[in-house]
Design a protein around this ligand. Structure first.
Ligand SMILES: C[S@@+](CC[C@H](N)C(=O)[O-])C[C@H]1O[C@@H](n2cnc3c(N)ncnc32)[C@H](O)[C@@H]1O
Length: 236
């Protein structure tokens, strides 16, 4: 055993302290901190590749990740210089999940109240956005996404963030995005391992079905938090 290791074993209180902090911290905080971290990485990675297009978030809730994405975009000018113009789009019912298919029921999603308020979220985002262009679209995806991306002025997607948890909502979001996706688009899948890891259910099932149907090749870039994954479109 090296001297350092044998010294560390004598300081069990340090291990206990680290363990106590790790056990005490709320998993939702760990998830959100790691989500913020990967949003920063994804903005950076798309900027240094000069990927053109917009940021599309499906499942905005109170706007935390949406605001963070705008902040990162604004601040990274310091590291990456001027980047291509992009607009931020957020889609949500702002009234929670609505009616879910019976096989989409999930013990956690039905417990949490995902009702929010678009006026409050708008106000929160406006304070952060300043000159950054953004648009919130209110409505269930089955209604708000049927007119297609061009109806909102969206041509290409740079970053797609799927944070609406269920198979049907994710499938509707992917279908909406299909013509906007290009090589280099980053796709963030929150809750990628829900429904006991079933690859055919939830966000994972919708993603698998979508890339197979459209013959889109993707590469895993990293995992984060309590079961999120990030992919980049490598060929299509
Ligand atoms: C986990 S929350 C999003 C959290 C947010 N991205 C953040 O990190 O701050 C999930 C959101 O998806 C929305 N949602 C779920 N299914 C939807 C659907 N079919 N149509 C519209 N919004 C939906 C809910 O209203 C809820 O606000």
């Amino acid at each position: 055993m090296s001297d350092t290791v044998s010294l560390l074993t004598k300081f069990n209180f340090l291990q206990n302290f680290a363990s106590l902090i790790s056990a005490w911290i709320n998993p939702a905080i760990i998830h959100n901190l790691e989500k913020y971290h990967i949003l920063k990485k994804v903005h950076y990675l798309t900027a240094i590749e000069n990927i053109e297009g917009d940021y599309l978030e499906f499942g905005v809730f109170t706007g935390s990740s949406f605001c963070h994405s705008i902040r990162v975009h604004q601040m990274q000018k310091k590291y990456c210089g001027e980047h291509t113009a992009m607009k931020f789009y957020g889609f949500d019912s702002f009234s929670g999940f609505g009616s879910m298919e019976s096989d989409e029921n999930h013990p956690f999603y039905s417990q949490v109240d995902f009702n929010s308020n678009i006026e409050y979220v708008e106000k929160r985002i406006r304070r952060v956005a300043k000159n950054t262009e953004y648009k919130l679209v209110e409505g269930y995806f089955q209604d708000s996404l049927t007119s297609g991306p061009k109806s909102y002025g969206i041509d290409k997607s740079k970053i797609i963030f799927i944070d609406s948890d269920t198979f049907s909502s994710a499938a509707q979001a992917f279908e909406f995005c299909s013509t906007t996706i290009q090589q280099g688009t980053y796709i963030i899948l929150d809750d990628h391992f829900s429904y006991c890891g079933d690859i055919n259910r939830g966000v994972a099932g919708a993603f698998k079905e979508f890339i197979e149907k459209r013959e889109i090749e993707v590469r895993l870039v990293f995992h984060y938090g309590m079961g999120g994954s990030v992919y980049v479109v490598s060929n299509m």
